[in-house]
Design a protein around this ligand. Sequence first.
Ligand SMILES: CC(C)(COP(=O)(O)OP(=O)(O)OC[C@H]1O[C@@H](n2cnc3c(N)ncnc32)[C@H](O)[C@@H]1OP(=O)(O)O)[C@@H](O)C(=O)NCCC(=O)NCCS
Length: 150
Amino acid sequence: MSGTGAGAEAVRIVLGTWPELAERAAPIRFRVFVDEQGVPVEMELDEFDPLSCHALALVGEQAVGTGRLLPDGHIGRMAVDAGWRGHGVGAALLGALIDEALSRGLPVLALSAQTHALGFYARFGFEPVGPEYEEAGLPHQAMERRLAAG
Ligand SMILES: CC(C)(COP(=O)(O)OP(=O)(O)OC[C@H]1O[C@@H](n2cnc3c(N)ncnc32)[C@H](O)[C@@H]1OP(=O)(O)O)[C@@H](O)C(=O)NCCC(=O)NCCS
């Protein structure tokens, strides 16, 4: 677990498998991606969930954000509940997933960013790769961050 300041209360990040975290992580993804952003419900959970390392952000006992790291170094499904944005929750999640990738010795991280979130990922050293494209009806941009030299 790792912690960071988030206003008055600390955010704790728990890493775990899908069976361990799905009950608390999946509802956040449905609220953010399906209810708020209109992503088709059948696209939200996928075959990569059981293969991924998941991060769950907790404020007290309340689950407020989530994200995942695939074995190949893709980060995805970064979601913070609307009322908790701008408090460092996303940064804590992404930092924990980057640390996990470093501890695994992954050479490069990749993600498919919604274009509105480019600045968020850029703060963590991710750079755009290639042109914009559409995914799940939303504009996206591939981004990468090299972790190892070479
Ligand atoms: C993108 C998201 C995960 C960011 O989470 P968050 O908890 O609001 O982010 P944080 O508060 O930790 O912000 C960390 C830093 O990034 C900046 N930041 C956050 N969102 C940003 C954005 N959209 N564009 C530029 N900078 C951004 C913050 O200002 C902060 O900067 P600071 O360190 O100088 O204070 C969140 O807005 C979210 O869940 N959005 C809806 C779902 C979504 O679109 N996910 C991304 C899919 S690719």
